[in-house]
Design a protein around this ligand. Structure first.
Ligand code: ADP
Ligand code: MG
Length: 614
C-alpha cells in the first residue's frame, strides 16, 4: 500500500482558499479586482453582518456568457493570461484564476452575469451558476442586466479553523470599508457604492477627482491641505498626495501605497516616505499623511510574489526609494521654505560661509566673538568681549531691522536673522539646558539637540564640498572585534567608511584595526561607533536603502555621537559659539530628529503667569 495519494480537488481548493481568502474583506477585494478587470464603470458592494452572512459585488463590466460561467469556478481558469510570457506583462489586477474557485470552496457563491448584446447597451441573455462549498451546479438561464453580480453567503461555514479568527461583524465591516475606500481612492473614474445592513457608507460618483476621493476617506481639512506630487522617471510613474508636516497622525493608517491601483504594503516605499519627512515631523512617533500611487511596468516590479498580491518585489529597490524620497522631499521643501534642506549645495555653501571653521567643544573653545551680524567670524574684531545687551534688536526678527552691514560683511549680507547679540548666558540648568536672558525673554536651549543640528549640517556641508570627512589618525591602531561576519562586512565597506572619516584595515579573521576615526567624533569610541555602523548597514540591507539614504542615516548618528551630551559643562563663550553656529543655520529650531532645540519664555507670558499684568 502506498502512503502517498493525490488530494481531491475539494481539499486542494480549501487549501488554496486559505491563502487567498482570509476574511470577508479579502473576498470583497478579489471581487472588486474582477469587476475592474472587466472594465466596470460602476461597482456596488453590499454586505450584511460585516460580510459574514452575505456579501455582494455588482458591476457593469463586460459580463460573461454561459460558456464562461461554466468555467468560472474551476481552479486555474482565467481569461487574463495564457502563456508564461504573459506573466511578464500583466495588465490586470487578477491573473491566477484562483479567486472564484477559492471563495466557492469556502462559501455559497452565486455568479449571475450577462454580456452586453449590442452598441445600445442592451443585455444578452443572462445566466447563473452556483458553487456551494465546492459543489458546482449547472449553468442556468437567469434575468440579468449587462455586467456581473457575485453573491457570497455563509463564508467559512464549514471551515471552523478560519471562523475562529474572524472578529465581530463591526470589525469585519471596518476591513471591508477600508478595502472599498482604497479602491475608490485608486480609481476615481469608477463610481463606487458601499452599503452595509441597508445603510449607505460610501457613495462616490465617477470622475470626482483624486482629492475628493481621498476626502471621503479622511478629514476634509486634511484632504484640503494635501500637497500633490507628480514624478515620472520614464519607467516608474508616481502620483502622491501628502500632508504638510503640520498634518500628522498617531498611527500609519494614512500612510498608504498603491501599485497599479492595488493597495500594497511595501517597505521600500514606506521607508522612502519616512525619509522624505525626516526632521520635519515633531517628536514622539508622529506619522505623516501620505498616499502614494505608483505605476510600474513588469520589468521593474514582480507582482507575483504574494498570494493576495499585497506585497511586490522591486528589481531595483534603491531606484524606487530614491524616486519616492526625492519627489516627496522636493514638494515638502517647496511648500514650506523653512524646512531644513539636506544635501543641497546652496545650503552647504551658506553654512560654510557663516560658521566659524572650528567646531570643537570642550577645553579648546573656538575663538569666537560676535561680529556686527552676530555670526561667528575670525578676524581682528574677534577681541570683542561678550556681547552687550541690545534691546532694540531683540525683537528684530526681520531683515529690515538688521544693522547696516560692515564692508567686510558683504559676504554675510545673506546672514540669517536673529543674531545672538542681546542674548546673555546665565548658566546651565539640570546639566542639559542652557539658560539665556534676553531683554524681554528667557530662552532655554537643549544643548545636545542644538549641537546635533549644527553638526548634522556641518558634516553634510563638508561631505558636499570635500567629498569626505576629516580623519583623526590614531598613534596606536585600535583593534575592535565585530566578529568574522561583521569584520568582513566593515572591510567590504572600507571605501564608504573612508568618506565618513574612518581608516580601517584587516586584523586577523574576526577583528579589524582602526587607524583613524572621524575627526568630529567628540569621544572616539571606535568599538561602539562601528557597531552602530554595522547595525545601520544591516538595517539598510533589510529595508533596501540606497547609498544616499544610508549616508544620511550615518551622518545623523555621527552628529548625535559627536554632539555635546547632557551633563557636559559649557562655559559662556562656548555657549555663545554654539548659538552663533546655530543661528547661521536657518532651521536650528529643531534637531535632525525633529525635536525642538529651544523654548522661549516671553516677558509678557511670564507677567501673565505671575499675575503681574493689570
Ligand atoms: P482571475 O481574476 O485571476 O482571472 P478569478 O477566479 O478571479 O481569476 O476569475 C476567473 C475568471 O472569471 C476571470 O479570468 C474572468 O474571465 C471571469 N470573471 C470573474 N469575475 C468577473 C466579472 N465580475 N466580470 C467579468 N468576468 C469575470
Ligand atoms: Mg480575479
Amino acid at each position: 500500500m502506498g502512503r502517498i495519494h493525490v488530494l481531491d480537488p475539494h481539499v486542494v481548493n480549501q487549501i488554496a482558499a486559505g491563502e487567498v481568502v482570509e476574511r470577508p474583506a479579502s473576498v470583497v477585494r478579489e471581487l472588486i479586482d474582477n469587476a475592474l478587470d472587466a472594465g466596470a464603470r460602476r461597482i456596488h458592494v453590499d454586505v450584511a453582518d460585516g460580510g459574514l452572512t452575505r456579501l455582494e459585488v455588482a458591476d457593469d463590466g463586460h459580463g460573461m456568457d454561459a460558456a464562461d460561467l461554466a468555467r468560472v469556478f474551476l481552479p486555474h481558469a482565467t481569461s487574463k493570461i495564457r502563456t508564461p510570457e504573459d506573466l511578464l506583462h500583466i495588465g490586470t489586477l487578477g491573473f491566477r484564476g484562483e479567486a472564484l474557485a477559492s471563495v466557492g470552496a469556502v462559501a455559497r457563491v452565486t455568479v449571475t452575469s450577462a454580456e452586453r448584446a449590442g452598441p445600445d447597451g442592451s443585455a444578452a441573455p443572462g445566466h447563473r451558476v452556483v458553487d456551494a462549498f465546492g459543489d458546482i451546479g449547472p449553468v442556468e438561464p437567469a434575468a440579468a442586466s449587462p455586467g456581473t453580480v457575485v453573491v457570497a453567503e455563509e463564508l467559512f461555514r464549514h471551515v471552523p479553523a478560519r471562523r475562529k479568527f474572524l472578529r465581530t461583524p463591526a470589525t469585519e465591516l471596518g476591513h471591508v470599508r477600508d478595502v472599498v475606500h482604497r479602491f475608490a481612492a485608486a480609481f476615481p473614474d469608477v463610481a463606487f457604492r458601499l452599503r452595509a445592513d441597508g445603510r449607505t457608507l460610501l457613495e462616490a460618483p465617477s470622475g470626482e477627482g483624486r482629492r475628493a476621493r481621498l476626502a471621503r476617506h479622511i478629514d476634509d481639512d486634511v484632504a484640503r491641505a494635501l500637497l500633490e506630487v507628480h514624478e515620472d522617471d520614464g519607467l516608474i510613474r508616481l502620483e502622491a498626495w501628502i500632508g504638510p508636516p503640520s498634518t500628522t497622525r498617531r498611527d500609519g493608517r494614512y500612510e498608504l501605497t498603491w501599485l497599479g491601483g492595488r493597495h500594497v504594503r511595501d517597505r521600500t516605499v514606506a521607508h522612502a516616505v519616512r525619509e522624505a519627512y525626516r526632521d520635519l515631523l515633531p517628536p514622539g512617533g508622529a506619522r505623516p499623511v501620505a498616499f502614494v500611487f505608483l505605476d510600474a511596468p513588469a520589468e521593474v516590479v514582480d507582482v507575483n510574489v504574494h498570494p493576495q498580491k499585497s506585497e511586490v518585489r522591486w528589481r531595483d529597490a534603491g531606484a524606487v526609494h530614491r524616486l519616492v524620497r526625492r519627489a516627496l522631499r522636493r514638494v515638502l521643501e517647496q511648500a514650506q521654505p523653512g524646512v531644513p534642506v539636506t544635501f543641497t549645495a546652496e545650503r552647504a555653501a551658506r553654512v560654510a560661509e557663516h560658521v566659524a571653521s572650528a567646531f570643537v567643544f570642550g577645553p579648546r573653545a573656538p575663538s569666537y566673538a560676535p561680529s556686527s551680524t552676530g555670526v561667528a567670524r575670525r578676524g581682528p574684531s574677534d577681541a570683542t568681549p561678550l556681547p552687550p545687551l541690545d534691546p532694540r534688536r531683540l525683537d528684530a526678527s526681520g531683515p529690515t531691522s538688521r544693522p547696516p552691514a560692515r564692508a567686510d560683511d558683504d559676504a554675510a549680507a545673506a546672514a540669517p536673522r536673529t543674531p545672538v547679540e542681546g542674548l546673555r548666558p546665565i548658566g546651565q540648568a539640570l546639566g542639559l539646558y542652557l539658560v539665556l536672558e534676553a531683554d524681554d525673554a528667557i530662552v532655554l536651549v537643549d544643548q545636545h539637540a542644538l549641537h546635533e543640528r549644527v553638526l548634522f549640517d556641518r558634516i553634510n556641508a563638508r561631505l558636499r564640498e570635500k567629498g569626505g570627512l576629516e580623519v583623526q589618525r590614531l598613534l596606536v591602531p585600535k583593534v575592535v572585534h565585530p566578529g568574522p561576519a561583521g569584520a568582513a562586512r566593515l572591510l567590504d565597506e572600507a571605501a564608504w567608511l573612508a568618506t565618513l572619516g574612518w581608516d580601517i584595515g584587516p586584523f586577523g579573521d574576526d577583528a579589524i584595526a582602526v587607524h583613524g576615526v572621524p575627526a568630529v567624533l567628540k569621544r572616539p569610541d571606535p568599538e561602539a561607533a562601528l557597531a552602530e555602523v554595522l547595525e545601520l548597514l544591516e538595517a539598510g540591507r533589510r529595508d533596501g536603502l540606497d547609498r544616499a539614504a544610508l549616508l544620511s542615516e550615518a551622518v545623523d548618528r555621527l552628529a548625535c555621537r559627536s554632539a555635546v551630551m547632557a551633563g557636559d559643562r559649557l562655559d559662556a563663550e562656548e555657549v555663545l559659539a554654539l548659538l552663533a553656529q546655530a543661528e547661521a543655520l536657518d532651521h536650528a529650531h529643531s534637531c535632525p530628529h525633529g525635536r525642538p532645540t529651544r523654548l522661549t519664555l516671553k516677558r509678557a507670558d511670564l507677567e501673565r503667569w505671575f499675575h503681574r499684568t493689570v
